[in-house]
Design a binder for this molecule. Sequence first.
Ligand SMILES: Cc1cc2nc3c(=O)[nH]c(=O)nc-3n(C[C@H](O)[C@H](O)[C@H](O)COP(=O)(O)OP(=O)(O)OC[C@H]3O[C@@H](n4cnc5c(N)ncnc54)[C@H](O)[C@@H]3O)c2cc1C
Length: 443
Amino acid sequence: MHQHRVGLVWFENDLRIDDHPLLCRAAAQCQQLILLYCVNPKWFKPNRYGLRSMGPARQQFLEQSLHQLDTQLATYGQRLIVSDQPPLETVARIIAQYGIDAIYRSENSGFYERQYLSIVRQRYPFLHYAETETQTLFDAQQLTNALAPFPASFSKFRKLAEPITIPSCCARPSQLPPPPKQFPPSYCHYPKPVAEPQPSQFHGGCAAGIDHVKGYFNSTQAQHYKQTRNALDEFVHSTKFSPWLALGCVSPRQVMSLLNQHEQTFGANDSTYWIYFELLWREYFQHYARHYDALLFSAEGINKQRPRTSFYAARFKKWCQGNTPYPIVNACMKQLNATGYMSNRGRQLVASCFVHELQLDWRYGAAYFEQQLIDYDVAANWGNWQYLAGVGADPRGQRWFDLTKQTAIYDPQHKFIKKWQGDVFDNELDNVDIVDWPIDTQP
Ligand SMILES: Cc1cc2nc3c(=O)[nH]c(=O)nc-3n(C[C@H](O)[C@H](O)[C@H](O)COP(=O)(O)OP(=O)(O)OC[C@H]3O[C@@H](n4cnc5c(N)ncnc54)[C@H](O)[C@@H]3O)c2cc1C
């Protein structure tokens, strides 16, 4: 017996059908189902930093992911519908037009993303709402003790979380209820394949994502992960799971399940453990973002201490373009601009340079990453930037990287710098001199 007549599954960063407990729940509870994704027009307009929230690399990856999800849903006689209108407008129209009586949405770590659902809840209190964790390793109730009080550092969180058993993945639904009649509505469309994809090493979508993770664990790369993960270049040196994890094309539990299988076949070692360790970092930042809400975006960070940085437009522009006096930083930024990806080590170096060498307000750096990264994740990005800027969860309070030393360790032959032309830059950092500023002649 179905509990609900028409359910709405509001997809966000959970673009898959495997290991999706919420989709299974909606399938079991509803007579008819609408599957919706909202491409928010706000993502393409200048934000408070004068940047777009979504740049072309991630947009392409997202479009590919939507298309792949739609293809999978079609095998169930269902389709994904996509709206390019503001999410609140779209959801309101769908509720009114189709008589929705239940809304299903995965827990989201983003403060602003969570607000959308809060507003819908306030406007339509009589609907049934189901929110489930689909993007984390642990279920919320498993972490009650680990998160109260909220652990001030990753190490504290890790010690509490590590002994907890990760729930197994859930099977995909055996069937899905059909959409209502007269579908889709005129203001929505089905995802189209990307017309002329830009060449990229990352192809969006759940099928591509799971193939990549399986391919990684069927090889011996994971056996050497700890030794290679800090490399600045080369696809195989770290897992490259992040874009698929960020959009939920693959779940962290699916990754863990394949990691366990890998350990059974190839053996467990420090490197295989370290992949789990990094997934725990990801987990920590998801809860960090939910705990600190809008403080994630505040200059003072969670400690409410204003950093001694400012905003210099010319310096910011040069950093974005990879045109600073620091070749290693330039190479990383040019790699990011060309591919949408940068290694973890690279991200640490360019963020340290941004805050300590260029003395810029860290939020502009985070906003530029948000625009450029193919694996942008609100919690991981803003949480890591706060950490690097000394206003986050770093018990040391300060992370400064000596760029000369780091170059000697990670790019001793300058191969990476040469590849990305990091050694091509203007000689002066500040070409706007104090005398160039307009001066008031009147007292
Ligand atoms: C300033 C800064 C900004 C960042 N912004 C993002 C972001 O927007 N999205 C994002 O996914 N990661 C972000 N990271 C974390 C990390 O750099 C990337 O997850 C990693 O480089 C992705 O490559 P990979 O999948 O090969 O990682 P691997 O080294 O193979 O790690 C495996 C997985 O663990 C997780 N992970 C690893 N390191 C971290 C970390 N420090 N914090 C959180 N999760 C981690 C990722 O999901 C990653 O896919 C940022 C780091 C810094 C320093």
